[in-house]
Write a new protein. Structure first.
Length: 394
């Protein structure tokens, strides 16, 4: 865990920048230790505690949160314990059967002065109504939000129009989708930015069922390369339903032929905790779809992969290393993709470079006739990559 201190600190810094506070559950979500689907199930009262659904070693997760808590304290952040309330019946949720671990997860940290400031020119009862509407929207209690909105209307509150728009969007959950394209544009271009500005990180909880509603309207729809947004995997990804994304893509015959589906599946695998499989998919994109692979790498949730790609792009090697050689170079950086066998590799120089490097690394530092033959194969595939390999052997 010591080697990961800086990485955990960076996550805390990012959460503080993006959300204005550090929450342990947000760290678990960001690191795919907790899936958003399981988080939803827990908030809906379908999962008793998160003990049964957290991914990875409990000891490692606890250690990670302890490092984050110490770092947050060292920044001089104010902390408080927060309870999590079930969205439906408003009961207090248990996060863990272990009281110490639950206390660690419920401790939130924020900068001093980040408290919500009430409008001094408004009656406090109006602000109470506003906060109640926001809580109801984030807790998926649309009827409660609408009832409170009606009480707010005669008070001429400056946030009334925005809250009214969000309440109207929430009411759509009960309606069938009649025009998918129009509703998708309305949700993505209007409602989502409005919710993000008004609700902050809780906009995710408000928007997820709205995206699921659109995904349900596309269930069973065939994938078209000309209209990639008209496939259930797109709204399901917006809803953070990564298991749904994966299932919908694997139902597409020959999904491997479409770069957008391969990219979405890689992201889904990453968030489902299948990091090796996700990495394999990104590597295959470099070989199969070099023109679109860069955009997929730049937005990949795997921050280490993004950082590796940025380093790769700055290499000054002759002949120039294009994106198709990135998986081979990555072998020297992280030794990934062990499950790709040479028979699955492309029959070109990048494929041969990868295959030679894979075998060389498996053989270790011993010098045999096979090692010499593999080194020659690598040099013929790419002399610059061969030079990097030889340097790594010193």
């Amino acid at each position: 865990m010591t080697g990961n201190f800086h990485e955990i600190h960076a996550i805390v810094d990012r959460l503080l920048l993006e959300q204005g506070e550090y929450s342990p559950l947000e760290l678990l979500l960001a690191e795919a230790r907790l899936s958003y689907t399981d988080y939803e199930g827990w908030r809906c009262g379908l999962i008793s505690t998160l003990d049964e659904v957290l991914a990875g070693s409990p000891e490692r997760i606890r250690s990670m949160l302890e490092v984050a808590a110490r770092y947050a304290s060292s920044l001089g952040l104010q902390s408080d314990r927060r309870e999590y309330i079930a969205w439906k019946d408003r009961t207090v949720l248990r996060l863990s059967a272990d009281a110490a671990f639950e206390g660690l997860c419920c401790r939130h940290y924020r900068r001093a002065g980040n408290e919500m400031q009430l409008d001094l020119f408004m009656d406090n009862s109006a602000n109470v109504l506003v906060n109640g509407i926001i809580d109801a929207l984030c807790s998926r209690r649309g009827a409660d939000a609408q009832a409170l909105l009606e009480q707010l209307q005669p008070l001429n509150h400056p946030r009334f129009a925005v809250l009214e728009a969000l309440c109207k969007a929430a009411q759509k959950l009960n309606d069938p989708v009649r025009d998918y394209l129009a509703e998708s544009e309305y949700l993505e271009a209007y409602v989502a930015p409005l919710a993000t500005a008004e609700l902050g990180i809780a906009a995710r909880d408000f928007l997820s069922p709205l995206w699921h509603r659109l995904a349900d309207a596309l269930r069973g729809a065939a994938f078209s390369a000309e209209s990639p947004l008209l496939h259930a995997s797109y709204p399901l990804a917006a809803a953070y339903d990564w298991a749904g994304v994966k299932a919908s893509i694997l139902q597409v015959p020959e999904w491997q032929e479409f770069s957008v589906l391969q990219s979405r599946l890689a992201e889904a695998e990453y968030y489902l905790g299948e990091r090796e499989q996700a990495l394999l998919l990104w590597c295959r994109m470099c070989w199969d779809f070099p023109l679109s692979a860069e955009q997929s790498l730049l937005k990949a949730p795997d921050k280490n992969l993004r950082a590796a790609w940025e380093r790769y792009r700055t290499l000054e090697i002759e002949p120039e290393l294009d994106i198709r050689y990135f998986p081979a170079w990555l072998l020297l950086e992280r030794k990934p993709t062990k499950n790709i066998k040479p028979g699955n590799l492309p029959d070109d120089r990048p494929g041969r470079a990868y295959g030679a490097l894979q075998e060389l690394l498996a053989e270790g530092r011993g010098l045999t006739e096979n090692t010499m033959a593999l080194r020659l194969k690598l040099k013929q595939a790419h002399a610059g990559l061969f030079g990097i390999y030889m340097h790594s052997m010193r």
